[in-house]
Write a protein that binds this ligand. Structure first.
Ligand code: IMP
Length: 425
């Protein structure tokens, strides 16, 4: 039997709630594989009254029948990774045989973190707002063909390889006026790297090929969101990997013809953390209300997230570049109790109306809104008519059904909609 790989990814600027949806759909999959990003991500899961935050380990780890694979497209900080492993074990999750690491994944060194911090502090006002986890410098070494990979840990000359890269980083760091003390973190890193070998290393492309041939169901889990994609996001205010569906192919070694469903996750409104354009941003009381009601503070950095109304041209763009086949709408409850809600249906750019995301999403792209009646309490098992109208507007604009509506952080607060594909306006 030959099955397909379903992909689940963020359709906005990250923090859409992917962790919760993976957790909800994970029982349908035998393998959950993370395909890009690193500990810049924070996937929050809440069940049985407890909150769990995962940074690198796929969100299927809490389902005993699921094998979780960290793919080659991911960058791994061994210290953060092993802390996650320890926390899972301490919480009673048995990960034996259920967690695998792709050999081709690159490792984040303490010097990568130092380079991230030095580069951001030199950018001053122009800074990206990086999570400072060393993501950018690690991907730079990957494409620069200098990287240190998980598979290198199995080689006899691993120490020399590490030292060669560190010496290169030291030369780079000497160009910056302010350099954090990375040496203090080195011992902990070397210890964690040794421990990383407790987790089996695999060749993800072969592992997944065999899994597909055996008829096992696979879910590819993305991190961050479409508008943070290195190619199609709001460059340069983006992350350093391909967050879009194509990233699942390169980040796991799966052929494009093997992709099945593409599930796009979006919030009923928008948020963004860090710098960069955000046409529907609300800098007023409404933005603050959404931030407080939605607890919109970064799960990795604790930074307050910027909040704004839903942006349909941006969502449409995400549907297009990812080939999204169905959507999951998160945090609809956060907007509960408002008399009216607004949604950006198009932009006005130099006097012209457009539903397309332009090359430059700067201040020239003025959002044009439509106002709809708000909805009340969402604690019941059905969707109130006002929210159904809101969803219908979204479906009509993007041409894809909203199949999951999340009405609260708990696994149980999820409504499944049995709808077919709508026609796009
Ligand atoms: P980096 O990936 O840490 O280099 O950060 C680059 C940009 O992506 C910054 O604006 C970050 O705030 C943003 N970013 C990175 N990871 C996430 C995430 O998981 N959620 C939301 N934003 C993120």
């Amino acid at each position: 039997m030959n099955t397909r790989v379903d992909v689940l990814l963020g359709a906005q600027w990250g923090d859409e709630g992917k962790g919760k949806v993976v957790d909800v759909v994970a029982p349908h999959y035998q393998v959950v594989a993370r395909f890009q990003g690193g500990p810049n991500a924070g996937h929050t899961l809440i069940f049985e009254g407890r909150k769990h935050v995962l940074h690198t380990i796929p969100s299927g780890i809490f389902h005993p029948g699921t094998v979780n694979l960290v793919g080659n497209g991911v960058v791994i900080d061994p210290v953060i990774f092993m802390k996650e492993v320890d926390a899972l074990r301490a919480g009673g999750t048995d990960i034996t045989g259920r967690l695998l690491i792709g050999r081709r994944a690159h490792l984040i060194l303490p010097t990568h973190r130092a380079l991230d911090a030095a580069s951001e502090s030199e950018k001053g006002k122009e800074k990206i707002g990086s999570t400072l986890k060393g993501i950018g410098p690690t991907y730079m070494d990957k494409t620069g063909r200098n990287g240190f990979r998980v598979g290198d840990l199995e080689l006899a000359d691993r120490s020399e390889r590490y030292q060669t890269l560190v010496r290169k980083h030291e030369r780079l760091l000497s160009l910056y006026p302010q350099v954090p003390d990375w040496r203090a973190a080195e011992k902990e890193w070397l210890d964690a790297v040794e421990r990383l070998r407790e987790i089996p290393f695999v060749d993800s492309e072969h592992y997944l090929d065999e899994a597909l041939r055996d008829g096992r169901s696979i879910l590819a889990e993305g991190a961050q969101g479409t508008l943070l994609d290195i190619d199609f996001g709001t460059y340069p205010f983006v992350t350093s990997s391909n967050t879009i569906c194509a990233g699942a192919c390169t980040g796991l070694g799966i052929a494009p013809t093997r992709i099945g469903k593409v599930i796009g996750i979006f919030k009923a409104y928008c948020t963004r953390v860090g710098s960069g354009p955000f046409p529907t941003e609300l800098t007023d009381e409404m933005g603050e209300r959404i931030r407080q009601a939605g607890r919109e503070f970064g799960s990795t950095t604790g930074r307050p997230r910027r909040c704004g109304w839903l942006d349909l041209p941006a969502l449409r763009y995400a549907v297009m570049v990812n080939g999204i086949t169905e959507l999951a709408m998160m945090k609809a409850d956060v907007l509960s109790g408002l008399d009216n809600v607004r949604v950006c249906t198009h932009y006005r750019i130099n006097g012209q109306e457009s539903t397309q995301l332009p090359y430059d999403l700067g201040p020239a792209a003025q959002p044009v809104y439509r106002e709809l009646p708000g909805w009340g309490d969402l604690s019941g098992a059905t969707i109130p008519p006002a929210l159904e109208r809101y969803i219908a507007l979204i479906e009509e604009a993007v041409g894809v059904p909203v199949r999951i509506v999340s009405t609260g952080p708990d696994r149980a607060e999820t409504i499944l909609r049995n709808v077919t594909a709508p026609a796009r306006a």
